[in-house]
Design a protein around this ligand. Structure first.
Ligand code: G3P
Ligand code: CA
Length: 241
């Protein structure tokens, strides 16, 4: 069976990167919960994908330029459905407190820009809850991955690639990552890609596997897991194979 990675939680059924989405992911059989971390202007790590509040909340403007109290005051649920009106942008700590007891692993993406100090605060929050060993910290930004290595050398790391090119293998090896995660399109367009990454000692969990018709080919390519908005469906499908 593959790792079933709930992308921003079970984001097909609940607003992405919120506590209801993470609870749904656990109920839906996720083996990993993926989420995105940014830091407010006053240094609080919060879980939200976009650089700004605009798309997924009732607020506007850059997360990194606002106080935590401002970010915590906006509604992060009603854009998805009135059923989720009043849901808030969770802190990293709240997210860990919800997911931690489930035993599910954490695929924590640290979004750019992030300073060394911000990355240290983020990994310290994870370590303080005893979750460092259950966490892979990943980023598209190699400098952020390097910051993770500096502040928490024993935490597993991952490198994301927007478009894969051969130099990514060497870059990933130099960063000492355990997984190198390309897009599903790159896996499906190059039958040698997963083997090449595995041959270099890393696993592959491509993003974002939302087209279920692609799941058989991705599984056949030898991926370790799939990152998907539809983790409940993936649990049903993968368990039946
Ligand atoms: O974990 C991989 C995936 O989440 C990367 O893309 O834009 O959804 O953060 P994005
Ligand atoms: Ca992400």
């Amino acid at each position: 069976m593959m790792e079933r990675v709930a992308h921003r939680g079970y984001s097909a059924v609940a607003p992405e990167n919120t506590l209801p989405a993470f609870a749904a992911a656990i109920r839906g059989g996720a083996t990993f919960v993926e989420f995105d971390v940014r830091t407010t202007a006053d240094g609080i790590p919060v879980v939200i994908h976009d650089r700004t509040l605009d798309r997924t909340t009732t607020g506007t403007g850059d997360v990194g330029e606002q106080s935590f109290s401002a970010v915590a005051s906006v509604d992060a649920g009603s854009w998805f459905s009135p059923a989720y009106a009043g849901v808030r942008v969770p802190t990293l700590a709240e997210t860990l407190d919800l997911v931690g007891p489930s035993g599910v692993q954490l695929l924590m993406e640290i979004k750019r820009p992030a300073t060394l100090e911000q990355v240290k605060t983020i990994v310290d929050v994870v370590a303080d809850r005893g979750l460092a060993a259950r966490t892979i910290a990943q980023s598209f930004d190699p400098s952020v991955v390097e910051f993770v290595r500096q502040v928490a050398p024993s935490m597993r790391r991952g490198l994301l690639r927007l478009r894969f090119d051969p130099a990514a293998l060497e870059l990933a090896q130099s960063l000492g990552v355990v997984c190198l995660n390309p897009s599903t399109a790159d896996v499906l367009s190059d039958s040698t890609l997963v083997g090449a990454i595995a041959g270099a000692g890393m696993t592959v969990m491509p993003w974002t596997a939302n087209d279920m018709t692609e799941w058989p080919a991705l599984a056949a390519a030898g991926v370790t897991g799939l990152i998907t908005d539809h983790v409940g469906e993936l649990s049903g499908w993968d368990g039946a194979r």
